[in-house]
Design a protein around this ligand. Structure first.
Ligand code: IPM
Ligand code: MN
Length: 330
């Protein structure tokens, strides 16, 4: 078995605690990782002002993956770490797919959200005019390139058609109001669909999708949507499938021009940091997504299987105890 080189960013708050359990479980699954630790996040920023140096980014380009806990520390102004670390990572490493699976076996829920991860309102287009005056103007544009939209849609069609899925893809947008970006998304979706005759499709406006997420999430197999809609919908997805403590994500560069990054959807939860209280299941499931991407699909499936008892509420306890119990099932 080959060794995979993985950068570890435990980050802030509960991040390092949950990542330690993820690494424990991956080890128990028999996969060897060669890890390199990086002290980054809000804590590091407060210490010496470092956010994400280009030298670190360059080191990362030769890694196989990055495994991240959570970043965010009280006392750091909003946007500094989000834009300077997480979004910089997504943009610079071209992590153009954010893949977030949601499963609740007891309720028959099993869907994956494919969130476009480098464009939309996240791109940073906009600015202020007359800042601080009564006539202040702030704009925040949504950037949608045909290339960026199409590659996300293609990825979603490929996924929907893969052996494990049910051959159904839903586009979520707001075409009735966002008539420019919505039009581009809809045309790209329909044109790519012509190449995937075996996939059935649907379209939901994002507000309606919020109702379906709560009332009928079983209808979904794979969903593709833009960056901001995907951000909001995936928190809701977590909430309707047992809570954000189980929500995993992969920030993927499917072209493999660099490493992909894997992290739980939840944040750093500073209020419970250092108390061995956080549920590590989302981090462990994010580790399983990493194993999939590293080609260790058999180990990934075993890790997911071992996590089922945790998601069913049969494994509880401290962070380290949940990790131990999941590892013991491998
Ligand atoms: C997420 C987070 C991030 C996002 C923040 C922390 C930048 O909410 O990964 O969903 O908005 O994408
Ligand atoms: Mn989010």
């Amino acid at each position: 078995m080959s060794t995979h080189r993985v950068g570890i960013v435990g980050g802030d708050g509960i991040g390092p605690e949950v990542i330690a359990e993820g690494l424990k479980v991956i080890n128990a699954a028999g996969v060897k990782l060669e890890t390199v630790d990086y002290d980054l996040g809000g804590g590091r920023y407060l210490k010496d002002g470092t956010i994400l140096p280009d030298s670190v980014l360059d080191e990362w380009r030769s890694l196989d993956a990055i495994y991240l806990g959570a970043v965010g520390t009280p006392g750091v102004p909003p946007g500094v770490i989000e834009r300077g670390l997480l979004l910089k990572m997504r943009f610079e490493l071209d992590l153009y797919i954010n893949q977030r699976p949601f499963v609740d076996t007891a309720k028959g829920i099993d869907f994956i959200v494919i969130r476009e991860n480098t464009e939309g309102t996240y791109a940073g287009e906009g600015g202020f005019l007359r800042k601080g005056t009564p006539h202040e103007v702030a704009t925040q544009g949504s950037v949608n390139t045909r290339m960026g939209v199409e590659r996300a849609i293609r990825y979603a069609f490929d996924l929907a058609g893969s052996a494990a899925r049910r051959k159904h893809l839903t586009l979520v947008h707001k075409t009735n109001v966002l008539t420019f970006s919505g039009d581009l998304w809809e045309r790209a979706f329909n044109e790519v669909h012509a190449e995937y005759a075996a996939i059935a499709t649907a379209y939901n406006h994002v507000d309606a999708a919020c109702i379906y997420f709560v009332e009928d999430p079983q209808r979904y197999d794979v969903i593709v949507t833009d960056n901001l809609f995907g951000d909001i919908l995936t928190d809701l997805g977590g909430a309707v499938t047992g809570g954000i403590g189980f929500a995993a994500s992969g920030n993927l560069n499917p072209a493999r021009t660099g490493p992909s990054m894997f992290e739980p959807v939840h944040g750093s939860a500073p209020d419970i940091a250092g108390q061995n209280k956080a549920n590590p299941t989302a981090a462990i499931l994010s580790g399983a997504l990493m194993l999939d991407f590293l080609g260790e699909t058999e180990a990934a499936d075993r890790v997911r299987k071992a996590c089922e008892a945790s998601m069913a509420g049969e494994i509880t306890g401290s962070t380290t105890s949940v990790g131990d119990q999941i590892a013991a099932r491998l």
